[in-house]
Design a protein around this ligand. Sequence first.
Ligand code: HEC
Length: 191
Amino acid sequence: MSAAEDEEHSSIIKTPKQLMVVVLAAFVFPVLIIWLLGKYVTGDVPIDQNSRAFSNETVAQRLKPVGELVLASDTSQSGAQSGEGTGEPASAVAPPPATSAAAAPVADAEGPEKIKAIYTASCAACHTTGAAGAPKLGDNAAWSARIKAGNETLYNSALKGKNAMPPKGGNASLSDADVKAVVDYMVSQSK
Ligand code: HEC
């Protein structure tokens, strides 16, 4: 063995003091790195809690289900939302939000407007979107066989329910005559 080889195998740590520094550094650096990584992963992500994107309203909006059952009696508060709640753009038949039942209770509206308002409030959640397999308003194919069954059958299904279709669309406060008028309206839009 030459002196040069001895030199290669010898450590760069020559004194006890150097050894202590290296041992200490070997503890401190990994701990520091893990601590920094932990901080990076868990906290201090720059989220502006005051931003609109994190307001309770917006979060609720993002989390809410695609379909929404709106009862006619609720329309004074939520009628304008029912179009949005379905996840689809307001359909051609739905009155624009500004003039919809939101402004006036359903019962105050008259004639075709009233029927459309009832449809929007109690039936559109399923029949505008096709949710739960409901025949869509305006979908001739989905309605033709049903229309052939006759008005009485349709009235009966609408009043008493049929499979996933709840009686009176889930709004027991509707009068039979109103439900029938809404069925007529749906049929007329879907022929
Ligand atoms: C919760 C969802 C839902 C709501 C709300 C709803 N429907 Fe339906 N509707 C359905 C489904 C699903 C069907 C298909 C039922 C079947 O044929 O199995 C249906 C079918 C119908 C039919 C056809 C019945 C037949 O005999 O073929 C009529 C008429 C009808 N709905 C009227 C209404 C009216 C009027 C309202 C509002 C007052 C309403 N629906 C609200 C889900 C709904």
